[in-house]
Design a protein around this ligand. Sequence first.
Ligand code: AMP
Ligand code: ZN
Length: 469
Amino acid sequence: MLRLHNTMTRSVDEFRPLVPGQVGLYTCGLTVYNYAHIGNLRTYIFEDVLKRVLMLSGYKVRHVMNITDVGHLTSDADVGEDKMEVGAAREGKSAWEIAEFFQRAFVRDLHRLNILEPDTWCRATDHITEQIELVRRLEEKGFTYAIKGDGVYFDTARLPDYGKLVRLDAEGLRAGARIEMVAGKRNPTDFALWKFSPRGSKRQMEWPSPWGVGFPGWHVECSAMAVKHLGERMDIHCGGVDHQAVHHTNEIAQTESAYGHPWVNWWIHGEWLVLPKEGGEAAKMSKSAENFLTLDLLIKKGYEPLAFRYFCLNAHYRQQLAFTWQALDAAANAYSHQRRTVQDLRPGHRPGDKPIEQHMAVFRAAAEDDLNMPQALAAMWAVAKDERAQGGEVYATLLEMDRVLGLGIEQMEEGELAISRAEIQKLIDDRAAARQAGRFAHADQIRQQLAAMGIILEDSPSGTTWRRA
Ligand code: AMP
Ligand code: ZN
């Protein structure tokens, strides 16, 4: 029996889909004005595990993920700049080019982490008509009002259960009042459905609408696209916990008001990846705070992407995970150990070998208990170390478990590195210094020295990375 935590009910409940055997899953995608940071990627790994557990439990999953390429403002209070235009100004490119570039980078990161791609990708800018249609519906039902020169807003006072996802109370509303508020908003929690382009200036991304030239509010995109691709009711909607109070709360308000019935059965949220601060509280990794690390950086430092996946699996998705290099090292070591085990077992594996049911039962129970991956990993190690079991069957069991873990057991080929990551990085730095000083022969010698150890260097404008040969 699959049990999952539902933010709406605040409890771990038995999962029941709308249609037996099928699951509609919507996951909020990246705002593509920069690279995904490893905090974002933690959330996509958790959602991937959810999808894989649903599949292991026998469900046919229809997964939709959006790409936010317009309308996500730098402040949740409907003020500030569009993040896409901020990214465009930063890179000296158009907002369209930025969106294209970072969407590609995002998909590449997902592949490197063995995250299964959604069945449907949908971009906000490809769904402007659907978003206008949703706002029109809300307007017809009397849920909207316009603020001159600013935009069309949703009147949250019209909805008695506004904020039910996070049980927004009077205190919460008062706290809301302290935040920066757009002049003309009727209630602090009201939110933009359509923003007008600023008078006298032209945005790179803008469209005509019945209310004036402008662009859709961020929350509208997810409601419009989720309904288009998964229907008026759906099983599961996911994101990080930072989406609960504003983004998902507003998605619920506008969708349920537009369609007149409950919308999503299960809201599932992943906790943050945080960076511990010396002498202070750990801080959420975030692009706006500029305290973020990317997967590229981890790779550059010599970590395998799947070692980061292993690192994430080691914590329950509803608990904050503190990122430190020591903790990542520990995960990388465990991952290497797993590789050695797999390589030892593989020669004994025969095509007919079956997974060992006793071990699978323990694994499945952990996975189906609200995605308890730390326990699932423990079950994986238990079978790997089971000396009484036949090696080929142990290998078959690991392969079966990997349908959920996604650690790439079948592809694990490489042996141990002949040199530590720190030493590789030092040689890369020495080579860069040699090249800068014009000592090219020495630089080449370092490249060859690493090649002899099975380490291939790759140069790019952003620096040198390495991979196994
Ligand atoms: P965004 O691009 O800001 O829309 O974020 C993409 C996804 O990453 C959302 O599901 C966020 O909730 C999630 N997210 C953002 N920051 C973190 C973090 N530090 N840890 C985990 N998830 C995060
Ligand atoms: Zn969303």
